[in-house]
Each structure stands twice: as structure tokens, then as C-alpha cells.
Design a protein around this ligand. Structure first.
Ligand SMILES: [Mn+2]
Length: 396
């Protein structure tokens, strides 16, 4: 940097960086949503005590602030107790507290609570993107699916019914897992309302999760075998990013090979570069499909960054690599839903795994805003109002 970088900012205007551009982007954002939140806090939570100088503060905490206070929904979004209202929102957060599909260490039933709790740390504004979710979309939290402990199949039926309800309402579904066995029933819920349309799946993971059964049941090692049995979710449109290491069962590898799924290892992604890897994923996931579902297993990121997970596997993606891949993909495909799975708070340290999951979710919402996919102006063309319960064949 030379002396031409004067106090008037002339150098920065001539040579804009992301950091400098972001300063300008913030200027364009409204504060309407924030003002509404302040007004509501005064109505619901009383004006602050007389000694409080900042009169935006209320007596009872009723919004974003303070970040350590309040009842946690995801980012303190309104809790929609009446799920019949979910279609009034652009995005619905939906918890799936299910870990009966876990084959090693349990605890992901606490994933939705863990993610919600630490999500209170976030503001709705992202600096680089110049996005303020409070100002730009209507977010709600519909709470959790009533899962049935120790019964995967009954839980799967509950999950598919719940996801189908949210998906068909037009609200963009964001699912907080739960172990990865939920990937089958979540996609089945989507497929029930696709009519003759098709969905590609982009799957971030260290593990392939494609075997038919594990320990005699449909466990978290099995979702994509059963999801890609559905005609609406063809296996050639399944893209698996970050696969590798010592926890990839050979039974699953055989299925990937036979069905022609698309696998990139961490080395592939690093050697190709993130842009080429994202291009590969987009081409394969969108070839002949109408929309893309994103299944983000938090363990795709190196175990050193995400200790709170069911099957930690060293050698994964760096957080910034995973987040950049997510950006390049979400901004360039029609996304129909997102799930973030395998966060296990009992094994987490300093909430770092839950925090990473929150980051994936908030980044995805912001990329959907930047790419014009949210807020939704109309019901996406891939959503069919008819519920087809016959999308999957009976199992056993
Ligand atoms: Mn995994």
C-alpha cells in the first residue's frame, strides 16, 4: 500500500476489494425489519427502565439482543406452533432429533437444540455478502418432528410426512439433523410432491452412505441407497463431495459403482480447484433434473474443526473450502431444500460443531438471497400440490 491511500478513500474506490465493497453494500440495506423488532419489543416487553439511555432497549428481551438471553428458536425466528401457517414464510427451520440410525456414537438427537442454541450468537447480517436476512426474508422455526426413539421406520414415516408438509407449502425447508439416516425420509418427503419432476442430490460427506442395510436396519450409512431407488431421485444425479478415508464401507462403494453416482475425494476437490469441483457437481446434479437438494453432513469438514459428530474422520475439507463450494453451488442451481446432519452436541467442544452447522445454514440462506431464489415470488415449478405416497417401494 502506498501513500496514495488517502483519508478520502480514493485508493479504495479505484481498487475495490471485497472488504471495501462490503462497506458500500451495507449502505443499501434497509433497517425496516430491525425497527419492527424494536417496536414489537416495546409492545410485548415494555419500555426500558428510566435509567436506560438507549431507548431501543425493552425491559424484557424480545428479539435478537442480548445474544445470551431469550428462548432459542433458530436465530430467534418466530416459533410457528401452528404448522398450517408455514406457507406464510420464505424459509422454515425444521428439527429432526433422531439418532436411532447411528452405528457408532449417538447424540445427534440433540443436534437441533445445539444448533438453535448457538445460532443465537449470529446477527442476521453478513459482512462480505451485504445480506441482512431480517430485512430480506421471512424466516420461521416450526420446531421438531415427533420422532420415535428406537424405531427408524416409524420415525422415517413421521419425517417424510413433516418434510412433505413444509416443502409443499412453498416455504424453503431447512432441516436440522439428526443422524444421516434421515436423508432418505427427507428426500422421500420432497419426492412425494415432485409429480413427474426430478431432484438431484448434492451430498457433502466423508462417507458414501449408499449401502442397503447396516446392522440389519436402514441406518445412517444407508440413506442414498433408498433415496435413489425413487424414480424422482436418480442415482446418476447424486454427487458426493469429500468422500474418503478409513470409514467408507465396501458394500456402499459397490453400490456407488453399480448405480453410477458421482464421487469426488478431498484430493480431487483440491487438485481440480473449488470452481472446477463445483462445476462438476452442478453438471451432474442438474443433468435432466428440475431442482437440487443439498445434504450437508458436518463430518465432510476435517474432524479437527467438528469434533461433535457421530463418525469423525480426519482429512476432510477445510471449513473455508466447504463454505466456498457451498457458495459456488447454491448460487448456481435451483435449490429445493437443505439438511445439515450429524451434529452431536454431547461430543462437541465450545459449540464449534453446532456453530459450523449454523454457518452452513446462514450462508445457504444468504446465497439464495444473492442469487434471487429467496424471497420466493411464486411457488417453484417443481412443487406439485398432489401428494404421491407411492414414490418409494415398500421395504421388507
Ligand atoms: Mn458422514
Amino acid at each position: 500500500m502506498t501513500s496514495s491511500s488517502g483519508a478520502d478513500g480514493a485508493f479504495e474506490r479505484l481498487h475495490p476489494t471485497e472488504g471495501m465493497r462490503a462497506l458500500e453494500k451495507e449502505r443499501a440495506l434497509p433497517l425496516t425489519g430491525w425497527q419492527q423488532e424494536v417496536d414489537q419489543a416495546h409492545r410485548y416487553g415494555l419500555e426500558a427502565a428510566d435509567s436506560i439511555v438507549d431507548r431501543r432497549i425493552s425491559t424484557f428481551s424480545r428479539g435478537e439482543l442480548p445474544h445470551y438471553a431469550g428462548i432459542n428458536t433458530f436465530m430467534k425466528a418466530p416459533y410457528i406452533e401452528d404448522v398450517n401457517r408455514v406457507g406464510e414464510f420464505d424459509v422454515a427451520i425444521l428439527g429432526v432429533p433422531h439418532d436411532s440410525g447411528t452405528t457408532y456414537r449417538p447424540g445427534t438427537r440433540f443436534g437441533p437444540q445445539g444448533i438453535r442454541r448457538i445460532s443465537a450468537l449470529y446477527t442476521p447480517y453478513n459482512y462480505e455478502m451485504g445480506v441482512d436476512l431480517r430485512e430480506q426474508i421471512k424466516l420461521c422455526d416450526v420446531g421438531d418432528i415427533f420422532t420415535i426413539p428406537a424405531n427408524n421406520e416409524k420415525s422415517f414415516d413421521q419425517i417424510s410426512k413433516g418434510v412433505a408438509h413444509v416443502f409443499s407449502s412453498g416455504a424453503f425447508p431447512i432441516i436440522l439433523g439428526g443422524d444421516h439416516s434421515i436423508g432418505f425420509p427427507t428426500v422421500r418427503g420432497v419426492c412425494r410432491h415432485l409429480g413427474d419432476k426430478k431432484v438431484g442430490i448434492i451430498h457433502f460427506d466423508r462417507h458414501v452412505d449408499t449401502q442397503e442395510i447396516d446392522l440389519d436396519e436402514r441406518m445412517h450409512t444407508c440413506p442414498w441407497f433408498h433415496a435413489t431407488n425413487m424414480a424422482n431421485a436418480p442415482a446418476p444425479n447424486l454427487v458426493q463431495l469429500g468422500i474418503g478415508g478409513w470409514q467408507v464401507p465396501r458394500e456402499g462403494v459397490k453400490v456407488c459403482r453399480e448405480r453410477g453416482t458421482n464421487v469426488l475425494t478431498v484430493t480431487d476437490i483440491c487438485d481440480m480447484g473449488l470452481e472446477a469441483a463445483a462445476k462438476f457437481a452442478i453438471e451432474r446434479a442438474t443433468d435432466g433434473t428440475d431442482c437440487v437438494y443439498i445434504s450437508f453432513d458436518i463430518d465432510c469438514i476435517d474432524a479437527g474443526f467438528v469434533p461433535g459428530t457421530g463418525w469423525p474422520e480426519p482429512g476432510g475439507l477445510l471449513p473455508r473450502e466447504a463454505l466456498k463450494l457451498l457458495e459456488l453451488i447454491v448460487r448456481n442451481v435451483p435449490v429445493c431444500g437443505l439438511e445439515v446432519v450429524e451434529v452431536s452436541p454431547p461430543y462437541d467442544i465450545s459449540d464449534m460443531t453446532s456453530l459450523m452447522a449454523t454457518r452452513v445454514i446462514c450462508d445457504t440462506m444468504a446465497h439464495l438471497v444473492v442469487s434471487g431464489q429467496l424471497p420466493r415470488k411464486a411457488l417453484p415449478s417443481w412443487i406439485s400440490s398432489t401428494c404421491n405416497m407411492q414414490v418409494d417401494q415398500a421395504w421388507r
